[in-house]
Design a protein around this ligand. Structure first.
Ligand code: GDG
Length: 471
């Protein structure tokens, strides 16, 4: 099996003394795929996180690591440009305006071909190749063209937009054709798969039957491509184990003590991204303080906003806006002894994140659009005492499964305020009832279940399921 993703599961690093080495960056995807990869003599194709370096393939924990080089110009055009300033805003409901530049598109094509070539070289005869995410949507068709023997899967981690939005893209047909090189195309939500099949019908005129797209070949034959939803998850047991560790529990108490042991600790954890609705959350929180519905002496909001895409202009101005808002709110509402918002523009180790989840009575996930939102699932997994309230946006994929959360529309500030206030005041019995149900639901879909469902479908062991509703 070969996995292809923009980033490798390991980063190339150079320390202060100039010594070069590799550091693993364990994410959910690695955890889920590690066992399969070891069993199947797997290879991972991706970028090592450093520009303008040709790096040799090597073995890491039983997995072949195959670095794909990216130049500084590739990063500007393919990655920061087309991936994060064209596709990302377009696929997230144009919350920010997408930029369309032909030279970015050309770079996207070139880099996708480089990834496809590397994957083609790495894969054994008849191997399974699993391509990930919006940066690499052309890889499936490019790979099929050079290696028709392969079984090819693609998983889109972010939403697939409704036709009215998707059709803005000048290269809308090429992207669909690129994706349709796969045998199975996975999405987070039923609605994403529906948006995709609708775009295929309207733009390419292909017939779609339920989850199956019939792709005409050169000699009149039809290839059947499955496009359906596989909601991603987390390593639930891994989070539960961290949450049960005495040192992490002690750290959670220390965090609360450091905040002055308030009655209610609210928490937001997001990459600093305009899709996450951080501004809406702050607005609602600020108004609740201003109206006296929350008391700064008793409540604190901890907002971790981890640095993200800092060279993209939209992200620079987002940071300015959020920090202005935090500064104003704290100026207006903090007292000498109590700060309204503890704002942290930093990244933390996983252990510290779990300590924060344990310290938080209320978790605020107010995304304006989000493929899934793993933070919501991580919070639920970490609440091993079955207590705590999750406020969750219905625009995050996680809301399809986590229905016992307080579901909100983040654009409706009054509704959001009511939900935050109810979360802070929710009686213990109701909190526990909801959290128990959430945890039960989460355990039914672990990240390894997700990977298995996708790979079973890809390797033909699962029947093609009937019918997904139209988006
Ligand atoms: C994309 C889609 C989809 C964040 N700050 C720190 C940190 N994190 C970790 C969280 C979580 C992950 O990063 C973020 O995952 P999300 O799912 O919340 O959001 P995206 O980064 O936008 O991910 C999303 C996902 O892909 C998977 O398919 O769910 O919809 O947008 O795991 O914990 N981790 C650590 N320190 C931090 O400061 N250690």
């Amino acid at each position: 099996m070969v996995v292809v993703s923009n980033r490798l599961p390991v980063d190339f690093v150079v320390d202060e003394d100039g010594v070069e080495g590799w550091r693993s960056s364990p994410g959910g995807l690695v955890t889920a795929l590690e066992p399969v990869m070891r069993e199947s003599d797997g290879a991972w194709v991706g970028w090592a996180g450093v520009a303008d370096r040709e790096l040799d393939p090597f073995e890491h924990d039983g997995i072949s690591i195959i670095p794909v080089p990216l130049s500084e110009e590739d990063l500007e055009r393919y990655y920061e440009g087309f991936s994060n300033d064209t596709l990302w805003p377009l696929y997230h409901d144009v919350i920010a305006p997408p930029s369309y530049h032909r030279e970015w598109w050309e770079s996207y094509v070139t880099v996708n071909r480089r990834f496809a070539t590397a994957a083609g070289r790495a894969a054994a005869l008849g191997a399974t190749v699993w391509v990930h995410d919006y940066q690499l949507q052309l890889v499936p068709a490019m790979l099929r063209a050079i290696r028709p023997d392969l079984v090819i899967g693609f998983f889109n981690h972010i939403p697939f937009p409704p036709y009215g939005i998707y059709s803005q893209l000048p290269w809308r047909k090429q992207i669909l054709e690129g994706l349709l090189g796969a045998d199975v195309i996975g999405f987070q939500r039923v609605a994403d798969a529906g948006n995709f099949t609708r775009a295929v019908r309207r733009l390419l005129g292909y017939t779609t039957r339920h989850t199956v797209v019939e792709v005409p070949g050169d000699n009149g034959d039809l290839r059947r491509v499955v496009a359906t939803n596989f909601p991603i998850s987390i390593d639930v047991a891994g989070f539960e184990e961290l949450a049960a560790r005495p040192d992490i529990q002690a750290r959670a108490l220390e965090i609360r003590a450091g905040l002055g042991n308030p009655e209610t600790v609210m928490l937001g954890v997001d990459r600093l991204d305009y899709t996450k609705g951080i501004g809406h959350r702050l607005k609602a929180y600020g108004e609740l303080l201003a109206q006296g519905r929350l008391d700064v002496e008793k409540t604190v909001l901890v907002q971790v906003a981890s640095p993200s895409r800092e060279r993209v202009a939209t992200y620079m101005s987002l940071r300015d806006e959020i920090e202005l808002q935090v500064g104003r709110l704290n100026g207006d509402h903090s007292t000498l002894s109590h700060t309204a918002i503890a704002y942290l523009h930093q990244a933390y180790p996983r252990e510290e994140m779990v300590a924060l989840y344990l310290a938080a009575d209320v978790m605020l996930v107010t995304a304006l659009r989000d493929g899934m939102n793993l933070v919501a699932k991580e919070y639920v997994a970490s609440r091993i005492n079955n207590d705590g309230v999750l406020v969750l946006s219905e625009f995050a994929g996680a809301s399809d499964e986590l229905k016992q959360a307080l579901l909100i529309n983040p654009h409706d500030i009054e509704g959001l305020k009511n939900a935050i206030e109810s979360a802070a005041r929710m009686p213990s019995k109701e909190r526990k009832k909801r959290m128990k149900t959430l945890r039960k639901r989460l355990r039914e879909n672990n990240v390894s279940d997700w990977a298995k469902a996708f790979l079973d479908m890809l390797t033909g062991r699962a029947a093609i399921e009937p019918g997904i509703p139209e988006a």
